[in-house]
Structures are given as C-alpha cells and as structure tokens.
Ligand binder design. Structure first.
Ligand code: ZN
Length: 526
C-alpha cells in the first residue's frame, strides 16, 4: 500500500516544463509514480484538485543554524514550503569548532545565529549533520570560513599561510568528505574579513577538487587586501584562479541602484564569457538585515566577543570605534530599526528605529548602537527601513523578477529568525516570489518554480531532490497558484503565508491544512 497519494493536482515538476495534470504516489519517502493513477489504496490520500504540486522549495541562504537546534519545528520556514535549507552562510556556522572556539563564536555571532545549547558536539561537519537531522526541513551545510580560521589562527588579523593554511585545507577536505557542499564566506564579517584573496584562492582550490561551491557574501571590509578592491570582482577572481564554482549571495539592486540590474550583471557576464562558473541569489525585499558589528573595522573585533565588548566600554577606545564607523560607512545606520535585542529590557527596543531611540536617549545613533551592543552582550540585530518611495520599492521588486529571468539566479531568503520584529523575509520570502510577485509580473509559474527547486538542487549537488518524478525523494509543496502569498510585513513580520496547505518532507506530511503537524522528517542532505 502506498504511504501517500496526492490526487488530482497539477504537477509543476521543477524542470521548467509546463505544469500538467498528474497524481503523485509516494512510498518509503520516495516518489514512486507521477501519472494519472487509478484510485488505489494509500495510507493517506490528499485531494490536490485545483492545486499545484511542486518540489519543495530550496532556500539557498538561511541563517537558521541556531534556530533549527532551538526549535526544530521551524514553522517560519516549513510553512513557506521550504523543504531544504542551505545553512552555514556568510562563513558563519558552528562546525568544525573545538568546544572552546564554539563557546566563543556562539556568543560572538548570537545576533545572527541565535544561542543554541552550549554543550553541542561541534567537532566536525559530520557531528553537526547529525544534530540537524530530525528538524522539520532538510538541511545542507557548507564549511564556514569563520570556523576554519578560528581553528587555525583564532580571532587574529593575519592571512592564512604556511602551516595554518595547510591545517585549514585539511579541515576543508574533511568537511567536504563528510558531506559539506562547499565553502562559505562573508567578507564583511569577522574573522572572515581578516583573509586576503590569496587565502581564498588557496582554499577554493580544495573546494574545486570536490566539485563544491564557493558561496560568498562579497567583501566590503579590508578591501585593500583584496584583488580588484573586493566586491564581486574579487569573487570572480577567486573563481577564475581556483576553478571553483562561484555562488554569490544576495546580489541585487539597492534603493540607490533600483532599475539597474543590467549594470549589476555586466561584470558577472564578462567573467562567464571567460569561463568562470557563476550562479547568484537574491531575496525579494528592498532592504536587508544584519548585526551592528558588520560596520566595525577589523581591529575592534580582534580577540572575539569579550575583547570587542571591552573596547566598546573603554572610554579611550569607544571614540575611535565611532570615528571609524562614520568614516568607513557614513550614514549606514541612519535608517534602521532593531529586530531583536537580548538582555534585560531588550524586547522593548524591538522594532524601534535607531533615530528614535538615539533621540530618546539624547545621544548619537552610533553611540546608541554601541550601548545596545553592550547591554545585549552582542545579542542584537537590526534591519533597514523600507524605502519611503513605493515606486522605488516596486522597481526593486521588478529588478528581482528580471534577475530571475536568468537561469543562473535562485532565491536565498537570508532569514534571521530571531526577535519580535525580525525581517519579514524569514516568514514570507518564498510565497512572496512564487505568488505575489509572479502574479504581479505575469511570470510563467514553471520558470519561478524551477529557480527555487531544480536549479539550487543541481547547483548544490542535492541529488534526488528538486524535481517531481519517480525515484526522487518526496519533498513537495502543494499550493494554490492564485492564493499563495506572503502576509509577513515589516510592521507585522511573523504572520505565516497563505495558500500553502500542504508540505511533504521525505514522504511525510510536515504541513497539513496550513498547520504544522509536528512531524520532524528532515534529513541532513545530500
Ligand atoms: Zn546572510
């Protein structure tokens, strides 16, 4: 008897082929048949009449590393129809780390990754893969650049060379052997930004040996030590010199460049003509979210969280932090609001705009930000305020749609699922693009579905996933093409989406009638 039979639906199979009527039969976690089937016996029959049956969405960029461990139900992701998340992004992740380095890094990066249990076995990628198995969704990992650096040179501002570089390469080999799909880095975060291009090329040669992917949030710190001044040019240079597949994180227009996606792609396309293998991702929102340390120069991060906190409270150093922040990233904090703030009284600050809080506290925005970092012991994060101009916002949505016409673009939510006033992308990203924006811009459904299923599965070597056909794992999202939409907004960011009644993970119902079932069938993949 079949475990699950999905009857009467329209299958958008992930390949980009036009949707077609078919039933989907599932047994033992696998899809066993996709065809018009006679009414057979099944432990569960789902009537999908009038609904689209698609492969589960694959989120190429999520910061759920801690959230999945603290709450494996992971409602914010699974309710969107996301069945696989690629975590350990921007070079951040918990393995491979020694117990001491884990405890140090866990506190340092709590503002993005949350605070998972302190006694976790983070010694290897393998150990972390075990920890993630049994969440509501599947998880794929990369080797995070921060971990590799911490394990070899600690929180120090030196490039990896000689013995430490060899040790870093060994860790990378090990992680890739254990199932990591590549290396990730975030060259605006520390200790990753202590690297130079040479180091990245050396590490990526290892990744290339395995056919892995170099996933990069491009550099805007220490650009003097980067080829071509950092940014996308450095990422492409690393690809050219190491032969690695490059995947560029959250690469899209900003409010100031709205309407100019072509300009954004010129360098990428030139590199592709030279033979560099590049893919990219974006999320369908006009502004981002991060932690304030993102704007603080490397010298202040050296040594890790306690050293940073000490500098923030040191009357002799604090003015230099403020000065460097203003010089390096002028105006960067002017239009932001707190998403989550730990510590006593922190919750009351969530959602409060930086400018308003600075005024309330009768201080400058920069001073206020430093104070909150200290008060929350670095457990804080913010997002930008959306543009005042609706026209700008709409243009940026259109830019995302234009980028997704390219077959090298995917969707990474960049979800940071912490705090009452988190960025809404953590709850609405996929229904927003697959529903709201697809309909507004009249994009063929099969194209959008391919970009969020088969394309990422192929790029990240997630064999057996990303398509609806016999022999594949049964990761499915069943949605109403006319109704699917995000409902999470900047002022009410945790509202679940509409129009996604069923989600199947490894053959089991994770969402049933728009409700989480409590079934935690996720695997560490591939
Ligand atoms: Zn990110």
């Amino acid at each position: 008897m079949l475990d699950l039979l999905i009857r009467g639906g329209t299958v958008g199979d992930g390949t980009g082929a036009p949707p077609r009527m078919a039933d989907v039969a599932i047994e033992g976690g696998d899809i066993v048949e996709v065809a018009p089937l006679p009414a057979g016996e099944a432990a569960r029959v789902v009537d999908a009449t009038g609904l689209i049956v698609a492969p589960g969405f694959i989120d190429t960029h999520a910061h759920s590393d801690g959230a999945l461990l603290m709450d494996p139900q992971h409602e914010n992701g699974i309710r969107q129809g996301i069945t696989t998340e690629v975590i350990t992004q921007d070079g951040m992740g918990f393995a491979p780390l020694s117990p001491d380095n884990y405890r140090l890094y866990r506190r340092y990066i709590a503002g993005i990754l949350g605070l998972p249990p302190e006694d976790l076995d983070t010694s290897t990628i393998e150990a972390m893969r075990r920890a993630y198995a049994g969440a509501a969704c599947n998880v794929a990992m990369l080797v995070p650049h921060a971990a590799v650096r911490l394990e070899t040179v600690g929180f120090r501002d030196i490039p990896l060379r000689g013995g430490p570089l060899d040790a870093a390469k060994r860790l990378l080999h090990e992680g890739l052997e254990q199932g990591a799909r590549g290396l990730s880095t975030g060259l605006s975060y520390y200790p990753q930004s202590y690297s130079d291009t040479e180091e990245l090329v050396e590490l990526c040669r290892v990744v290339a040996e395995y056919g892995g992917v170099y996933v990069t949030h491009v550099r805007n710190h220490n650009t003097d030590r980067a080829a071509h001044g950092g940014g996308i040019a450095e990422a492409l240079d690393v690809g050219r010199r190491s032969g690695v597949k490059v995947h560029v994180s959250h690469y899209k227009t900003a409010p100031a460049t709205a309407g100019q996606p072509d300009a954004l792609m010129a360098e990428v396309d030139a590199a592709k003509r030279d033979g560099v293998d590049v893919t990219l991702e974006c999320y369908p929102y006009p502004v981002g979210s991060t932690v304030p340390g993102f704007f603080m120069a490397g010298e202040f991060h050296e040594g890790g969280p306690d050293a940073l906190l000490e500098r923030l409270t040191d009357a002799a150093v604090r003015p230099r932090i403020i000065e460097s922040l203003r010089a390096l990233f002028p105006g960067a904090l002017a239009t932001a609001a707190w998403t989550h703030v730990g510590g006593e009284g922190g919750a009351a600050l969530e959602g409060v705009a930086f400018a308003d809080l600075a005024r309330q506290r009768d201080t400058s925005i920069e001073e206020m930000v430093c104070d909150v970092m200290v008060e929350s012991r670095l457990m804080c994060g913010f997002r930008y305020l959306p543009p005042d101009s609706v026209a700008t916002w709409r243009q940026m949505d259109e830019d995302v749609i234009q980028l997704l016409e390219r077959d090298d673009y995917m969707i990474g939510s960049d979800a940071i699922p912490h705090g009452a006033m988190r960025h809404p992308r953590a709850h609405g990203c996929f229904p927003r693009i697959v529903g709201r924006l697809r309909r507004r811009h009249d994009v063929p459904l099969e194209r959008i579905v391919q970009r969020v299923t088969q394309a990422p599965a192929r790029r990240f070597g997630l064999d057996g996933r990303g398509e609806v056909r016999a022999g594949m794992r049964a990761d499915l999202v069943i949605f109403d093409a006319e109704r699917i939409t995000d409902l999470a907004t900047f002022d009410d960011p945790r509202v679940p989406p509409a129009g996604v009644p069923y989600v199947v993970v490894n053959g089991r119902m994770a969402v049933d009638g728009e409700r989480c079932t409590g079934v935690l069938a996720g695997e560490s993949v591939p």
